[in-house]
Design a binder for this molecule. Structure first.
Ligand code: F6P
Length: 290
């Protein structure tokens, strides 16, 4: 196995002023616990697809192809992987943009495994809309999502919490220690990183996952370190910071905040009951060691 050593910045998504103790208690452990069998030195590479036509238009979901710059990223990724890394398996979602991004990796047809669990968050009835169109067509839904991005479930679609549960089966497979490159999507990678880095749940929808960068994730002595390796192909930023609630006050129903907050609280309770089972004895032992 030949991994390139690079002096790239380490991302630490855990620094934040958010202080929702209840939420952390409920989510941090189930989502953050490294799996018991994770071997020391296990390295995963994860990347988003190259810039898509929808990224250029600020659109959500759908099944767009790559932009010209996205195709350049696919070529650069292929060159980088073929020269520096060796993977037996490359996981992609089922969507065109991740398949196109994998296209230049040597022997990709033999290595590629498509996983529906890695598809982007389902935006249901708002699929294919731009954020502006979403806001104009359904200001109340838009506002509800902006206020509660973690628990908001798109009508006929998913919430971040749904995505976190949906990826659980592949998380276990990811930790087996095999060389692996994963090519998927912004929301899904946020959930994966949160799981690997013990990020408080409330911060998941705001984790920064830039386009056109490889994330190298190394598990050592009980924790995962994430390094960002930019491949230097220009692209848009799709990052959306947390909206100041006062800026949303003109949108929709004024009673919405209360309704939305009540919903978060009941969703959190419900989800805690449905959280994946963890071995708490092992967890306590791990906590003592670190
Ligand atoms: O904008 C790109 C994208 O992958 C969309 O397809 C998806 O809906 C979105 O990111 C998820 O990010 P956010 O939760 O910040 O809207």
């Amino acid at each position: 196995m030949c991994f390139l050593h690079s002096t790239v910045p380490v991302v630490d998504n855990r620094n934040s002023n958010v202080a929702l103790q209840d939420t952390d208690e409920i989510f941090q452990l189930p989502l953050g616990v490294p799996l018991i069998d994770t071997p020391n030195g296990r390295v995963l590479y994860i990347t988003r697809h190259g810039e898509s036509m929808y990224n250029l238009e600020n659109r959500i979901g759908g099944n767009p192809s790559l932009s010209n710059r996205g195709q350049q990223y696919a070529q650069k990724l292929g060159q980088y992987v073929n020269k520096n890394l060796k993977f037996d398996k490359v996981w992609t979602s089922e969507l065109s943009r991740t398949l196109e991004t994998s296209a230049h990796i040597k022997d990709i047809e033999k290595k590629r495994i498509m996983k529906p669990e890695l598809n982007e968050i389902m935006s249901g009835i708002f699929d294919d809309l731009s954020y502006e169109e979403f806001k104009d067509q359904s200001p109340i839904e838009y506002k509800e999502r902006e206020l509660n991005k973690l628990t908001y479930r798109y009508p006929e679609g998913e919430s971040y919490l749904d995505v976190c549960s949906r990826i659980e089966p592949v998380m276990s497979e990811m930790d087996t220690g095999e060389n692996l490159l994963v090519i998927c999507h912004q929301a899904v990678i946020r959930c994966i990183l949160a799981r690997l880095q013990r990020t408080p749940a409330i911060e998941i929808p705001y984790i920064k996952v830039p386009l056109h960068s490889l994330l190298k994730i190394t598990y050592l002595n009980g924790q995962n370190t994430v390094e960002v390796i930019p491949l230097n192909v220009a692209c848009v930023s799709t990052y959306r910071p947390k909206t100041d609630p006062t800026l949303l006050s003109g949108l929709g129903d004024s009673k919405l905040e209360l309704k939305a907050l009540t919903k978060v609280s009941s969703e959190l309770k419900k989800t805690s009951l449905e959280s994946p089972k963890i071995n708490t004895n092992k967890l306590k032992a791990d906590e003592r060691e670190h």
